[in-house]
Design a protein around this ligand. Structure first.
Ligand SMILES: Nc1nnc(SCC(=O)Nc2ccc(S(N)(=O)=O)cc2)s1
Ligand SMILES: [Zn+2]
Length: 251
């Protein structure tokens, strides 16, 4: 059910910086003071891959500054905690953010937290500068070698709460080489929907093939033994921009 302003119960009451949003390219403002984003991940910090009943996520050991990002719009360095994806039932939609109202078939989120200022992830989740999420669009195209390692693990985590060990994986193979990004102040796109995320959305998508997207769609929202519900369309509706400007790192 939506209210007069088209918001749904999924928008937190009083929210002024909710995500996702449509990125209107021509309304984004080039900011020459934005630095390049520096990404340094240690592939051995990878712990496991699991199905949390909403997406599948790969979690990392964030007990030290071993996989971090710094620069870009960020005041501090942020530690990688996990990455996950959002996707559709068909290739026409699936991403959370849109660019000029265009959906991509899927979107990758690499979730980092400000361990310089906050003692735990849980506390960072509650603070305006607590999290930084890199968003990468997936488009239908060539086979993606790096993604295939994840795809090969998916049958083992078909059901909610399934988890398998995942020893070494370097998520930088999923980030496009082009340095261009948009950035804006937003929120988590699933509960607790807290307004704690500096979003860094890469302009260039990565290419994945049809079989790889189909592999995402064979996952289940449901636990083993429950009536099967395919894990598809796990993206949140677009949220109002309100009083925000999207900045670009490129002209
Ligand atoms: N006490 C708490 N533990 N954990 C949490 S929130 C866990 C978490 O990482 N949530 C999360 C939700 C959405 C996103 S997303 N889709 O990247 O905005 C990223 C992360 S609050
Ligand atoms: Zn996400």
């Amino acid at each position: 059910m939506a209210s007069a302003d088209g918001s749904s119960p999924l928008t937190i009451p009083g929210g002024t910086r909710q995500s996702p949003i449509n990125i209107q390219w021509r309304d984004s403002v080039y900011d020459p003071f934005l630095k390049p984003l520096k990404i340094s991940y240690d592939p051995t910090t990878c712990l496991h891959i699991w199905n949390n009943g909403y997406s599948f996520l790969v979690e990392f050991d964030d007990s030290a500054d071993r996989s971090i990002i710094v620069g870009g719009p960020l005041e501090n360095q942020y530690r990688l905690k996990q990455f996950h994806f959002h996707w559709g039932a068909i290739n026409e939609w699936g991403s959370e953010h849109t660019v000029d109202s265009k959906f991509y078939p899927a979107e990758l989120h690499l979730v980092h937290w400000n361990a310089v200022v906050y003692p735990t992830f849980e506390e960072a989740v509650m603070e305006g500068n607590g999290l930084a999420v890199i968003g990468v669009f997936l488009k239908l195209g060539a086979h993606h070698e790096g993604l295939q390692m994840l795809v090969d693990a998916l049958p083992a985590i078909k059901h909610k709460d399934a988890v398998i060990e995942f020893d070494v994986f370097d998520p930088s193979c999923l980030i496009p080489s082009c340095p261009d990004y948009w950035t804006y102040a937003g929120s988590l796109t699933t509960p607790p929907l807290t307004e704690s995320v500096t979003w860094i959305i890469k302009k260039q998508p990565i290419e994945v093939d049809e079989n790889q997207l189909e592999a995402f769609r064979m996952l289940l929202f449901t636990s083993d033994g429950e009536e099967e519900k395919r894990m598809v369309d796990n993206f949140r509706p677009l949220q109002p921009l309100m009083n925000r400007t999207v900045r670009s790192s490129f002209q």
